[in-house]
Design a protein. Structure first.
Lengths: 318, 175
């Protein structure tokens, strides 16, 4: 199924008609934004455009098509296959992953139960983020993660929106499939927010390699232990470490002889060292490699790869 | 010769009224069976929502495979329409489907009314609200079935008696 078909499957008939008339290149389409009684906006080739009723890409909002309640209701029904209840857990997190790995962000009235988000009602804002894999983006740094043909415990440090998930996804694929002299190994992915593999009905929509098992929508701490018990992975990959229980599970996994590939928000090793939950692991030199991404140079740019002593092994951004 | 024609006419009239009575009774019997099947379908749909968390088109397709006519066609038609995704909402598809079911089954208006009320609940509400709505519909159907079963024997007798009485009266009038 092409990207266009995947997107058309979830859009209301009216919005489909507008996009058809727009005649755009779907590989360049990054986001579609639907907000009630607001212009229909797309992010296309890195720029924001308003779409007119006849499909014109406009910079002036006066000519934009205004999204109405029917468009939103219809789109939401198609996204959820007419069954919002089937996606209650995902909606609680604020997004649904659809076929093709595209992520649908939802906002509306939040329903609380015992001060926790139970659901979202009256959904009036939809953000469709197109899935984009960058095949091969992890290849240049992969050799720096091996010592004696063994993959090291690795932490990817990156500010938000700098491509850490895209990078880790490609690294998982390469590690799982095998790359050059490095043979493929069994990888367990605990994909709490369906960002890495983007599973749709249990099937990864992104290429995560032939030796990869995915626990989708599973809390990281619990998932890592489940993976060890059930799938005997050589490496476990998780995205966005943050909670105390994640770190406890991580330590357990490392002590089990399993390798770790994880990501965390931050701008440098020193920055991550200041986080109370991770500081001890860094001091104890549990991670043997740090990959630091650079937010200043644009998404996906690796600033450097460091070892546990802080020696620079690779510099990507000069 | 005339007596034979009269005899044949009398047999035809009595046969027609008898056939009418039998067909009325069969319709009532069919309604009872269909109410039971519908009840069972709704219970299955409830467990699909409660335990399987399957989307409605998937659940309908699954139920349609094991269901008998006219429910099988009803469910399959809805699945096809929902999968087309052409300017539709679930509510409209469900209401139209229920109307068609009413036309092609022995169910009466009072049987399909609780189904119509599910249109705005299924798919769009949370699990517990949907389960309550299905329970409410099931309760109505069960009520209708109980009333029907209770009165069925008596209704059958009345239908046969009235039909034959009408036939006999017609005969007397014609003779």
């Amino acid at each position: 199924m092409t990207k266009q078909e995947e997107i058309f499957k979830i859009l209301s008939a009216k919005l489909r008609k507008i996009l058809t008339a727009a005649n755009i290149h779907y590989e360049w389409l990054q986001e579609l934004r639907l907000r009630i009684h607001s212009p229909f906006i797309i992010i296309y080739g890195g720029k924001e455009y308003f779409l007119s009723e006849h499909g014109g890409l406009e910079r002036d909002r006066q000519n934009a098509y205004i999204v109405n309640a029917i468009d939103l209701k219809e789109t939401l029904e198609y996204i959820s296959s007419f069954s919002l209840y089937a996606y209650e857990d995902e909606i609680r997190q604020g997004f649904i992953t659809v076929q093709g790995g595209h992520r649908i962000g939802l906002a509306g009235k939040v329903i609380l139960e015992q001060e926790k988000v139970k659901s979202i009602k009256h959904i009036s804002f939809i953000n469709i983020r197109m899935s984009h894999e960058v095949i091969g983006c992890g290849a240049s740094i992969l050799p720096y993660l091996y010592v004696n043909q063994q993959i090291c415990h690795t932490l990817v440090i990156s500010p938000p929106g700098c491509g850490k998930t895209t990078l880790i996804r490609d690294m998982i694929r390469l590690i799982s499939d095998g790359y050059r002299e490095y043979p493929g190994i069994t990888v367990g992915v605990v994909d709490e927010r369906s960002e890495i593999a983007a599973c749709y009905r249990g099937v990864p929509q992104n290429d995560v390699g032939i030796r990869t098992d995915v626990l989708d929508c599973c809390p990281k701490a619990e998932g890592m232990l489940m993976m060890i018990r059930s799938m005997s992975p050589v490496l476990i990959a998780v995205d966005e470490l943050g909670k105390r229980e994640d770190i406890d599970a991580l330590e357990y996994v490392m002590n089990c002889g399993c390798r770790i590939l994880a990501t965390v928000h931050g701008s440098s090793v020193a920055d991550v060292h200041n986080k109370p939950v991770l500081s001890k692991m860094i001091e104890d030199k549990m991670f043997k490699r740090y990959i630091v991404l650079d937010g200043m140079e644009g998404p996906g740019k690796v600033r450097n790869v460091l070892d546990e002593l802080g020696n620079v092994l690779y510099t990507g951004v000069m | 010769m005339g007596i034979y024609f009269k005899l044949a006419g009398a047999i035809c009239i009595m046969g027609a009224t008898g056939y009418f009575a039998v067909s009325m009774n069969q319709t009532m019997e069919l309604r009872k069976q269909e109410l039971r099947k519908l009840y069972s379908l709704l219970i299955q749909l409830k467990s699909e929502i409660q335990y399987m968390y399957n989307p409605l088109p998937e659940s309908f397709a699954k139920l349609a495979k094991s269901a008998k006519e006219p429910f099988s066609t009803w469910l399959f038609d809805m699945v096809n329409t929902l999968e087309e995704k052409e300017e539709i909402t679930f509510s409209d598809v469900w209401k139209e489907g229920v109307e068609n079911l009413h036309k092609h089954s022995a169910l009466e208006k009072e049987d399909v009314e609780p189904l119509k009320e599910l249109a705005d609940k299924l798919g769009s509400e949370d699990v517990s609200s949907q389960l309550k709505a299905i329970d409410y519909a099931v309760l109505h159907l069960e009520g209708n079935r109980t009333v029907l079963e209770k009165d069925l024997g008596q209704k059958k007798k009345v239908t046969v008696t009235l039909s034959l009485f009408c036939g006999a009266m017609t005969l007397i009038l014609l003779l």
